[in-house]
Design a binder for this molecule. Structure first.
Ligand SMILES: NC(=O)c1ccc[n+]([C@@H]2O[C@H](COP(=O)([O-])OP(=O)(O)OC[C@H]3O[C@@H](n4cnc5c(N)ncnc54)[C@H](OP(=O)(O)O)[C@@H]3O)[C@@H](O)[C@H]2O)c1
Ligand code: SF4
Ligand code: SF4
Length: 382
């Protein structure tokens, strides 16, 4: 495992951080899964395996797996594991209506994690609007008090908005770390490479989320694979995606959400090589070509984060966009129609939408979900 120094706190963290938003799930008798039903035994085995193999940064959040991710992380960190890791978790701005909610939420999280303090405490998924609301509620004063009380060590934030909003937040407080979405498709999106370098130049440790665009960069169509095959050194699409990120010296930790032990082992192997400036110019040019091909085929930039769920009308938004993108990237087949027909039978299809707008205000990618659902429905309905 490679490590990079967090300048502000002054210690090193593993370049691979364990994300816990996509832990393995238990299967229902009919083969389906529920996002909140984590396969605890396997998840704990995976978290401990990661730590035993050098990972010392674990990322969770109040809402992941319907609140169960923090509980499972707490259990995994028993038996001496807590002492070997830094825990990052997040305050959900959407559950904080009054100043007193900050304390209530943090205390609940300490209790679910079964710890006395949290290393990195992030304001979750900040945008210009949620930042201004939290700031007006007194969050900065509260963060200082929470640090003084010893319940949190290093305040930070995670971010989903545009570059000006990012710079404004970065400049507003003495943040000890920051988490952004970053991968080769998003070099110029949200905070992007410019935001990464801006914060990095101020000595703020940078943690990366969605490095594989929620898994979308792992499965590739034949024409994208053909492009990857042109590289002199052969690597999997997952390895190229991670390498492109850890090539940036400003990156400290890359969070990987793994849903199986095989993925975890694969990523630990890939991160043995996680050194800055490891990509040649030819390799960087190849990634640019792959990005152009992806851009030309992607219908909608949904990362399947599920922040838009539950939809009050039951629309299975990320699933619909997943089928639609897959059909576009890999070519539409009977399978895509079949998957969408299943959603129609279960009344989870796009036509259930009553245009309430809840999903669009929750979506960190600011997608025009309502309009895109209508187009997806036209293309996938038989
Ligand atoms: N603060 C925020 O706003 C926010 C938002 C998003 C994420 N996060 C955090 O950042 C972490 C990382 O984001 P992410 O989970 O979206 O990461 P990601 O790496 O973009 O996507 C994870 C998915 O990639 C696939 N994958 C991972 N390793 C693989 C491998 N070796 N081979 C094949 N497929 C592989 C898996 O997909 P399948 O499960 O489909 O196989 C896995 O669930 C999260 O877990 C969470 O802790 C925070
Ligand atoms: S706008 Fe439509 S898809 Fe979005 S939450 Fe409302 S009903 Fe659901
Ligand atoms: S539509 Fe937006 S909020 Fe919903 S899963 Fe996709 S990216 Fe996430």
């Amino acid at each position: 495992m490679q490590y990079r120094k967090f300048d502000k706190p002054g210690f090193e963290c593993s370049t691979f951080g364990m994300g816990t938003m996509r832990l393995p799930l238990l299967k229902n008798p009919d083969g389906t899964t529920n996002y909140q039903n984590i396969d605890e035994k396997e998840a704990i085995r995976m978290i401990r395996y990661a730590i035993d193999n050098g990972v010392n940064y674990i990322d969770t959040a109040y809402d992941y797996h319907g609140g169960n991710s923090e509980r499972v992380v707490g259990k995994a960190l028993k038996d001496g594991y807590r002492e070997n890791v830094k825990i990052a978790t997040k305050l959900p701005p959407w559950h904080a209506k009054v100043y007193g909610d900050f304390d209530r939420l943090l205390n609940e999280q300490l209790s679910k994690l079964q710890v006395e303090y949290i290393d990195f405490y992030l304001l979750h998924s900040l945008s210009k609007g949620s930042w201004e609301r939290l700031r007006d509620l007194g969050i900065l004063e509260w963060l200082d008090k929470a640090v003084a009380s010893g319940r949190i060590c290093y305040p930070g934030f995670s971010f989903h908005d545009d570059l000006p909003a990012f710079k404004d937040i970065i400049d507003s407080y003495d943040w000890k770390m920051c988490q952004i979405q970053f991968n080769f498709l998003d070099e110029f999106e949200q905070a992007g490479a410019e935001g990464l370098k801006y914060a990095g130049a101020k000595g703020i440790p940078m943690v990366i989320m969605e490095p594989l665009r929620g898994g979308k960069l792992a499965a590739v169509s034949p024409d994208i694979q053909d492009l990857w095959n042109q590289a002199e050194v052969k690597r999997s699409p997952v390895e190229w995606a991670f390498r492109w990120i850890y090539n940036f010296p400003e990156v400290n930790v890359i969070l990987s959400g793994v849903s199986t032990m095989e993925q975890l082992k694969d990523n630990i192997r890939i991160f043995q090589d996680a050194t800055p400036n490891c990509m040649s110019q030819e390799e960087l040019d190849l990634v640019k070509q792959v990005k152009s091909l992806y851009d030309s085929k992607t219908k909608i930039d949904c990362t399947a984060c599920e922040y838009c769920l539950p939809c009050p009308s039951g629309v299975s938004i990320p699933e619909i966009f997943g089928i639609w993108n897959d059909a576009s990237i890999f070519g539409i087949t009977k399978d895509h129609y079949k998957q969408y027909s299943k959603l129609i039978n279960e009344e989870k299809d796009a036509q259930q939408c009553v245009e309430c707008g809840n999903c669009e205000s929750a979506c960190p990618q600011h997608l025009d979900i309502i309009d895109k659902l209508k187009i997806a429905d036209k293309e996938l309905r038989v």
